[in-house]
Each structure stands twice: as C-alpha cells, then as structure tokens.
Design a protein around this ligand. Structure first.
Ligand code: FAD
Length: 392
C-alpha cells in the first residue's frame, strides 16, 4: 500500500502528515498530537528508529562544548533545548536515561595548543549566561580526579562544563514511539513516502533527514562512524571529549557500562560499514583515555550520515503553500531538537488555522520567534516590468 492510499482508504484526512519518523519527525508529531490535532506519521523504517541518523548518535546535549565548533544560534538553541528535555521525557510513557552531569574535555600534554583554541572558541560563541557561575571551569590534579576518578593521574588538566547533559538515543526513540501511540498518532512504519504519491493531509511537515534531498538539493550527508562498547569497571560518569588535532573523539557513557565512542566526520553520503582506519582511530583513542578500554567488548560498529545544509544551520522552510520542511540538524539533532520541533509545530499549527496565508504573515510570525534566523519562506518575486531595486 502507498502512503497516499493508506490515508485515503481510512477515509479521514489528517490535520498533519509528518514525513520521516526519525528524531525530528517523532517530536513534531508528538507535540502536534498533544495539542489535540489529528496526525499521521510516515517512516520508511521501523518503529525502533534504526533507519535514522538518530539511531546511531551519541545524543550528547553539550551546547558549551559544541560552541567550539558551532555558531551562537546553535549554542542558544542547545541551551534552551537542554532545559526542555526533562519536561518532554517526563511526559513520555517509557523511561529514558537522561543525565545532566556535565562534559569533561581533556587532552594530552603534547596537544595543549588545542586546549587554548578550544577555550577561545567556546568563549567567543557561547552566551555569557552559559559561562557564568563555573559553567566552564578549568580543573587540574585533585579537582580533575575528584570530578572523574577513573581519570585520576591520567590527565593533568581539563575543562569541566558541569551543567551539560546527555540521554539514551534509542530509549528516547522508543519512548517517543510509545508516546505517539498514546496520543493517537496514526503511525505508518515501514512506509516510504514517494515524491509523486505524497500522503494527503491539510498540512505536511517534511522531516525526512537526508531522505528530503529531492526537495532540498543542497542538502548533503556527513558520514559519522561510532563504536558501541561494553566496558565494565571503568566508571566514567559523564561524556569525556579528547582534544586531538587529528583524532578528536568522545566517550559517552550510557547505562550498564555501555559507551558510545565517536565519531568520525567525513564529507559524503557513504553509508557503507565502518572502515578499518576509523575503527582503529576510535578504539585507539579510547584506549589512550583509559587502558581499561582494551578489555572492552565491541557491541556494534555503526555508520550514519548527518543531514547537513550548506550553512550548517537547522532550517524550517515554508513552501508558500501547505508544506514545511524541517532539516539541517547536522551533528546537533539531539541538542537542539526540542526547540526546533517546538518552532516547527507552532508554524504548522499557524498554517493549519490560516494564520499564515502569505509571506507578510509569515514574516510577522518570524519576527516574533526567538529563532527567526532558522525560519524561511519564498521571497516575493519582483513584478514583471519592474526593475529590481539596487540595495544600499
Ligand atoms: C555518528 C553520529 C553521532 C551523532 N551524535 C550526536 C550527538 O551526540 N548529539 C546530537 O545532538 N546529535 C548527534 N548526531 C546528530 C543527530 O543524530 C541528527 O542531527 C538527527 O538525527 C537529525 O534528525 P532528523 O530527524 O532530521 O533526521 P533522522 O534522525 O535521520 O530521521 C529522518 C527519518 O526520515 C526517514 N525517511 C527518509 N526518507 C524517507 C521517506 N522517503 N519516507 C519516509 N521516511 C523517510 C528516515 O528513515 C529517518 O528515520 C549524531 C549523528 C551521527 C550520524
């Protein structure tokens, strides 16, 4: 059955069709259903989310640590989303491992130049509120050992960002699937949406990640490879990032001594299995952080591609008719999805009720949004016969 025929045969036109049930699509559908709307969701993979980038991600919620590589919009979206995650999780019908125990950044002595670069970038891109009250604290010797006993004596100095978070990506995907069922969303798992047979709905929200390339030709994938290992007895208590000029890695400890070790960042949409080189780099770097990783068991080696737009920013774009496209979450999906999905759900509801009928109305809503720079709509075309105005 095609996506279109499944809705038509049910005889009900939903308010919203959400295309893609990875991270963003699940959150958008869950929010809209929570407001009482009739929502249908179409996902080419299964309910576990294993076809999505979200399935492979480490799900670190680290706006300050990411400020070293991300611009202020992303950092601010991340800070607001970090506050929102506990409220979302509290409303889901299944439990989700969520932790707000900070991020620790360490480096080997020979790479200390990386540490000052990291600090300069973070201070340049992060809002003052995130840095205040020990938000970015230099720890050395005893303080580092007290923060992360497993690393006592292994690193002389580190940066501790005590308010950052992380969650279990697979648990949250599962809990969101249960939340969709609880809120009465018509979920169509294992149903790929075809460009020429789109499901019928009053408003469509396209959250297909890389699968949205037919409508977003500038979208590209950035390959990421991770290892999942089980390493009893090490006991890291928070994500640890190792600064390195060639092999920067992180170790994100989940429940039951499982660690996500990641991640490579390689241009291209190559979804083939993890290369030997990448596996060696990731696992050697983990071993360099703590020799206990030498005895870890490799549970999985995974590859996925991060959906990325040319400016590396998230984008919610309106086509001028009945469709929103939400994409470009790149390496920050978990970190920013609560706010991105909230903005998308608000715009979608405004489309449904007719509050957005033209570019002017969209512009007014955009101006009122704290995230105006990620909201886009078609530019009005100059009328035939009128010379374009030359800007000052
Ligand atoms: C290795 C790696 C590590 C990461 N680590 C982190 C991290 O620590 N913190 C963080 O914040 N982010 C991280 N991310 C980024 C995060 O995973 C992504 O930003 C996020 O998953 C993007 O969400 P999305 O919903 O847009 O896309 P996806 O999660 O990829 O979901 C898109 C969904 O659309 C479906 N789809 C595609 N085409 C169709 C179609 N035609 N019909 C129906 N369904 C379709 C797909 O099957 C998929 O389920 C990481 C990503 C990778 C790859």
């Amino acid at each position: 059955m095609t996506a279109q025929s499944s809705v038509v045969s049910a005889g009900v036109l939903p308010d919203f069709a959400v295309l893609g049930g990875g991270l963003c699509g699940r959150l958008v559908a869950w929010r809209l259903a929570g407001e009482g709307h009739r929502v249908a969701l179409y996902e080419r993979g299964g309910a576990d989310g294993s076809a999505s980038a979200a399935w492979v991600a480490a799900a670190m919620l680290a706006p300050l640590a990411e400020a070293a590589v991300a611009e202020p919009l992303i950092v601010e979206l991340g800070a607001a989303s970090l506050e929102a995650w506990p409220q979302i999780i509290a409303q889901l019908p299944e439990s989700v491992f969520f932790q707000r125990n900070g991020t620790l950044v360490v480096w080997h002595h020979g790479d200390r130049a990386e540490a000052s670069l990291f600090e300069r970038r973070v201070r340049a891109n992060a809002p003052a509120a995130l840095l205040a009250d020990g938000g970015l604290a230099r720890v050395d010797g005893a303080a580092l050992a007290a923060a992360e006993p497993a690393l006592a004596g292994r690193f002389a100095t580190g940066w501790l960002m005590p308010r950052e978070g992380q969650l279990d990506n697979r648990q949250v995907l599962r809990a969101l699937a249960a939340g969709l069922a609880e809120r009465g969303v018509a979920t169509h798992w294992n149903t790929a949406v075809d460009e020429d047979a789109r499901p019928l709905a009053r408003v469509t929200i396209d959250c297909r990640g890389l699968g949205a390339k037919p409508v977003l030709p500038s979208l590209r994938g950035i390959r990421g490879e991770v290892a999942r290992v089980k390493a009893p007895g090490i006991g890291l208590t928070r994500p640890v990032r190792l600064l390195h000029p060639r092999y920067p890695i992180y170790l994100a400890p989940k429940e039951d001594d499982v660690y996500v070790v990641g991640a490579t960042e390689i241009e291209g949409e190559d979804m083939s299995p993890v290369s030997v080189r990448s596996a060696l780099e990731l696992l050697s770097a983990a071993f360099a952080v703590h020799p206990g990783f030498g005895e870890a068991r490799i549970l999985e080696l995974n590859t996925q591609c991060r959906p990325t737009l040319p400016d590396h920013r998230p984008s919610i774009s309106w086509d001028g008719a009945r469709t929103l496209v939400v994409n470009g979450l790149y390496r920050h999906g978990y970190m920013i999805a609560p706010e991105v999905s909230r903005a998308a759900a608000d715009l979608a509801a405004a489309l449904l009720t007719g509050r957005i009928a033209d570019a002017e109305a969209f512009g007014a809503l955009r101006e009122a949004s704290p995230w105006a720079s990620m909201l886009h709509c078609p530019q009005p075309q100059p009328q035939a016969g009128l010379a374009p105005t030359v800007g000052a």
